[in-house]
Design a binder for this molecule. Sequence first.
Ligand SMILES: [Zn+2]
Length: 432
Amino acid sequence: MGQYVIGIDMGGTKTRAAAVDLEGRVLAARQGPTDPRDPRRGLEAMAGLVREVIAEVARNAAEEGGEAGQPGAAGSPGPIAVGLGAPGPLDVAGGRFQEAPNLPGWNGFPVARELWQALGLPVLLENDANAAAVGEHRFGAAVGLTDFLYVTLGTGIGGAVFMDGKLRRGTSGGAGEIGHVQVDPDGPVCGCGRRGCVEVFAAGPGIARAAGKDRAEEVFAAAAAGDEAARHGLAVAGQALGRGLALAVTLLDPQAVVIGGGMAEADPAGLAVYLEAAEAVVATAFIPGGRKAPIRRGVLAVNAGVLGAAALAMEVAARPASLPPKVVDKPWGREIWWAQTDRYVGKIIEVRAGTSLSLQYHRQKLETMLFVDGQGMIQLGDEAVTVTPGRSITITPGTLHRVRAVTDLRFYEVSTPEVEDVVRVKDDFGRA
Ligand SMILES: [Zn+2]
């Protein structure tokens, strides 16, 4: 058992967490209800799922005669980072919810920071449709595609855009929101307050309502059994989806449209009626080069979200090899920066024997240190803690701390990227 990451797929009703190795194999997974109203309780439940997953991986490793995976030891077994996919809109850089309609209690809640603090592992937050698209791109139906549109069909309709091999988030992370493309200005009112969006016709509740059923699954099953009214209803819903997709493929010129979400698990014969109707409309669109933009079904099913979130968390692990490191000499040793994004900073810090970093605290920044070589101490508030290789320590905002190297000391530090956030209380090198 080597290093692995944690992927979390947080939905409006269910949250799924999985441990995923660096090749994309799911090592353990757990699922539980989402608490839509109380983020404190919800966060504790989410952290609990992750701890269960970590414990199961450690148990399995112990049974196989390997080492138990403890968090934090770089280069040794254990979880190294967490990716969290959640319903938008999100402030991805700030790691918080904005106005998620299905999670009213979580508005403004800094979920990434709080989960990081609870688990002692860096957390990257991403829109759930984006995370699922990353999962299909890295491990599923979109492997090898450089340009595709991902559409998640369920209670709502979301989407994600890959262009030139990269996930494109847009200015505020909202790129790909195909569910709220308007296809009928006089149509019914959508959950977003506008009229005639794709979602109001083509998502589960709209399909059920139009067919006079309680649930969309019943409509798909009836259509599969040959019920003409149900087939007609699905064709009408599929056409609405197709109008939205036609607009998107004209704008984006993708190689394919990849479909995921709960509805992709519906009765295949019923789903075919719906998707064929959509594809027929897409085929009438103006597509550059006269190509087709085929609709493909995703293959990762329930694991698309956790695998995608895990793949995003792997950014943390993948950066050291993919970026030339920036080396900064310091009076006490040196820093080797291997990643700086809008969401985290990763450094290797080397402190010479006998020197101390400044006594400091941060106003907002959260830091996790993973000690890998040498012996030292860290002062944490009034406490002095001995650090040895394998130990990980998370420093919360406002905590006074100071690292002292007894022998040459080396640690990894991953932190949130607030700038000019450090307050130095005492420094051996005359810095303010
Ligand atoms: Zn809408």
